[in-house]
Design a protein around this ligand. Structure first.
Ligand code: GRF
Length: 204
């Protein structure tokens, strides 16, 4: 058995993925993980309330206290080190992490993206897929590297686009898929079952 991994979840908004991780953890589906800290860059993020309800300590690093990315990341790294965090999980976190932070946690930062990367990277991926006329979109969980939505892919799942889909109806199905996939990916990482070879993630 590998030792328990301390997880920090970074959020900015609703926190439905955070909730999925909390629920899966409580159901024993992410063995070897401790949900140690939830960090938000936005005080109004509902994700903070979800963490509070689950009894997970929270930290807020708002813009007023962190006027630059350098200040934000200095405080972030200090908090991560103090809490002895092993793995960072980005769950709707709306800032890019600098290469310096990524280097501190090699293959130890996860992100979830609401499309099948490398299609529709960046913001509003569901809107992009609809506007493009795609018939299928989906969800990608990947390691974070220095780029935006470019790291090695851990898990993907497809979500068909129906003829009468609106952005809201499609987003509902994409979210449901995210909530299934993210706990699975974190469980694999916590069980030391992921090996990165070049761009390929091998699941043992
Ligand atoms: C999700 O769609 C995720 O893919 C994207 O941001 C959204 C966050 O939603 N990175 P929530 O805050 O987890 O509800």
């Amino acid at each position: 058995m590998s030792p328990t991994k301390k997880i920090a979840i970074l959020v900015s908004g609703q926190g439905s993925n955070l909730q999925a991780l909390i629920d899966a953890h409580e159901a024993g589906q992410i063995p070897g993980a401790e949900l140690t800290l939830v960090i938000s860059n936005r005080p109004e993020a509902y994700a903070l309330a979800r963490a509070g309800q689950a009894g997970i300590p929270t930290l807020c690093l708002p813009k007023q206290e962190c006027p630059t990315r350098a200040v934000f990341e200095k405080k972030l790294l200090a908090a991560l080190q103090e809490a002895k965090i092993d793995i960072m999980v980005l769950a709707g976190f709306d800032r890019l992490l600098s290469p310096q932070v990524v280097k501190e946690y090699p293959q130890r930062i996860l992100n979830i993206h609401p499309a099948l990367l490398p299609n529709f990277p960046g913001l509003n991926a569901t809107r992009q897929a609809l506007d493009y006329g795609a018939k299928v979109t989906g969800v990608t969980v990947h390691f974070v590297d220095e780029g935006c939505d470019t790291g090695p892919i851990i898990l993907q799942a497809a979500v068909p686009i129906e003829a009468n889909d609106t952005e809201a109806s499609l987003l509902n199905r994409v979210h449901a898929t995210e909530h299934r996939l993210y706990p699975q990916a974190l469980a694999l990482l916590c069980a030391d079952r992921l090996q990165v070879k070049g761009r390929t993630v091998i699941i043992h």
